[in-house]
Write a protein that binds this ligand. Structure first.
Ligand SMILES: [Mg+2]
Length: 348
């Protein structure tokens, strides 16, 4: 999650820039050995998974939005900011196949924030929460000297047989996305002052994708309940990078068919007008918050049919998992490595 179209927000500090977001996570992950036997999954997935009584599993995730790093105060309305802060966390619960239940909000407030702003922020956040059956149960409020900060922690539940982690993908599995990719990055491009010409309907669609993402909670539940997926993640960092995370955890690789990525007409039209490559936004833009998941090849047709029938969602096969631990991308019939296309999906 980041504001700039390139880089992960660590670029300003040379030392952190070298370490990168995932280097920082690794720094902790390497030293953490859970002391309790109730930890089923710890650092390194979309949620932590804790064993409760019997087959019940508790899912926990946390995500923070920081002003001028993840959002500009005049680029998003307070109610959209509230919605988005909840939605990005619910997307992580969805990525585990879970049912979100409760949220805790930590707020760092700057002195210029007034009651009107807070009311709207609250309404957007509670709107998203109630849409997905989530209760806000607590939090913390502090003063911030830097910028506005919202950190949300969300709890969810699933049964042990339903929880989907990132590490179950196997060779031959078909890789799917649960919806269009690239809209959010194209929306960010507009917010940052795109030179491209665009009609109002396209503009509305792209901005909405970036500012009011829709977490695929129902899709995650449906796939998990029917034991259709071997591994799952949500697209927050971009298809290439998130597929890379999933492959790393599963110790596999993937062949990605870039031409099969579902890229909307609005994304293509803006890219054409702005002189950009729509597949750049689709492959590495991020913040789409659609699910990316792996299905055993003999259940591919069943997955497509079920999602269409139950949820009217067109899930799209975009590649296959392979044994060799590398990602290849096919564009216009030519296979290349992401690095050759200018992508550094294992940015560390
Ligand atoms: Mg995630």
């Amino acid at each position: 999650l980041r504001l700039s179209e390139k880089g992960c927000g660590f670029g300003m500090d040379e030392k952190l820039g070298k370490l990168g977001e995932f280097g920082v996570i690794d720094l902790f992950r390497r030293m953490v050995r859970p002391a309790r036997d109730w930890v089923s999954t710890g650092i390194g997935d979309d949620c932590a998974v804790l064993k409760l009584g019997g087959a019940e599993r508790l899912l926990v995730t946390t995500d923070m939005l920081v002003e001028d790093v993840h959002f500009l105060r005049d680029g998003i309305s307070p109610s959209q900011l509230g919605w988005k802060s909840m939605a990005v966390n619910l997307s992580d619960i969805a990525a585990m196949g879970g049912d979100p239940a409760a949220a805790f909000l930590a707020l760092g407030l700057t002195p210029d924030i007034d009651r009107t702003f807070l009311n709207a922020l609250r309404d957007g956040l509670l709107d998203c929460a109630s849409r997905f059956g989530v209760d806000l149960l607590g939090g913390d409020t502090v003063a911030s000297n830097g910028g506005l900060v919202l950190s949300l922690t969300v709890l969810g539940r699933a049964s042990s047989t339903e929880v989907v982690t990132r590490n179950g993908a196997g060779p031959g599995d078909v890789v799917f996305v649960g919806g269009g990719v690239g809209d959010s990055a194209a929306g960010l491009h507009l917010l940052l002052g795109s030179p491209g010409q665009i009609d109002p309907a396209d503009r509305g669609q792209l901005l909405k994708a970036h500012l009011e993402p829709q977490p695929q909670v129902e899709l995650g539940r449906l796939l998990a309940r029917n034991h259709l997926v071997t591994a799952m993640i949500d697209v927050s960092d971009g298809v290439l990078q998130d597929l890379g995370h999933l492959c790393e955890e599963s110790q596999v690789g993937a062949d990605l068919l870039a031409d099969q990525l579902p890229v909307s007409g609005a994304v293509r039209r803006l890219a054409l007008s702005a002189g950009r490559d729509p597949l750049d936004w689709a492959l590495s833009g991020g913040e789409d918050y659609v699910l990316l998941f792996c299905v055993p090849s003999d259940r591919e047709a069943e997955a497509i049919r079920l999602c269409e029938k139950e949820l009217e969602i067109q899930v799209v096969p975009i590649g296959t998992i392979g044994k060799e631990r590398r990602i290849r991308v096919r564009r216009d019939g030519v296979w290349t490595r992401p690095e050759e296309l200018g992508y550094d999906h294992f940015r560390r």
